[in-house]
Design a protein around this ligand. Structure first.
Ligand SMILES: Nc1nc2c(ncn2[C@@H]2O[C@H](COP(=O)(O)OP(=O)(O)OP(=O)(O)O)[C@@H](O)[C@H]2O)c(=O)[nH]1
Ligand SMILES: [Mg+2]
Length: 204
């Protein structure tokens, strides 16, 4: 749950990067961490990894400057994408204010993308939230794989399967190079801050 400190004029929001195993969630946070100055980012905390697999979560605190006189503090989290970490994903979603769903372009991974998005919807519902009403953006990651011989999906195909219900912005990305990473972050931050402000500041 977002925290608004009227005394200090600070807004704290939690944004979670969600998606199937190996879709590139941690890579997004690492790119953001490396691109931002010490003034604007806290320490990136990686809780438990094996190789490059997240076993618990990553956490990166950011200062996104001021909006309407309020300091905007965002905490970015990733979940572990591997199927067996269902309970951990649910735990990490506690108090979430905004979501980035990262999708893998490989044809063989599309079932996993769809399963993961359904899993997200169910998990936020278990926290009493409705995904269709929450700040959400999609990220179509690993677009560099389109130029390789492995069969990949077009953005239209990904949209068809993943974004029909939500109709939210989708960003093409190559997280390893940083392409689309800040575009994604900017949009979800904007949506999340608006959502939090409407919910907490203006509606009591
Ligand atoms: N080619 C390519 N590889 C990528 C891209 N983004 C991430 N990867 C690679 O994909 C692999 C998995 O990336 P991670 O960021 O660890 O994936 P994750 O979603 O955090 O995975 P889990 O922690 O298991 O859920 C790593 O080897 C990354 O370097 C991309 O845009 N293009
Ligand atoms: Mg990870």
């Amino acid at each position: 749950m977002a925290l608004i400190d009227l005394g200090k004029k600070e807004v704290h929001c939690k944004i979670v990067y969600y998606g199937a195993g190996r879709c590139g969630k941690t890579t997004n946070l690492l790119y953001i961490y490396n691109a931002m100055s010490d003034n604007d980012r806290g320490k990136m905390l990686t809780i438990d990894t094996k190789g490059d697999r997240t076993l618990f979560f990553d956490l990166l605190p950011l200062n996104l400057g001021k909006i309407s006189g309020f300091d905007i503090r965002i905490q970015l989290y990733t979940v572990p994408g591997q199927v067996m970490y269902e309970a951990t994903r649910k735990l990490v979603l506690k108090g979430v204010d905004g979501l980035v769903f990262v999708a893998d372009p490989l044809k063989v991974r599309q079932e996993r993308n769809i399963e993961s998005l359904n899993d997200l919807k169910r998990n936020v519902a278990d926290h009493g939230l409705d995904l269709t009403e929450m700040p959400l953006v999609l990220q179509y990651n690993k677009r560099d794989l389109v130029d390789t011989p492995v069969p990949t999906l077009t953005v239209e195909e990904l949209e068809q399967d993943l974004n029909q219900e939500y109709q939210v912005p989708g960003f093409e990305a190559i997280a390893t190079k940083g392409d689309g990473v800040f575009e994604t972050l900017k949009e979800i931050s904007k949506r999340t801050v608006n959502y939090v402000a409407n919910k907490h500041l203006f509606n009591g």
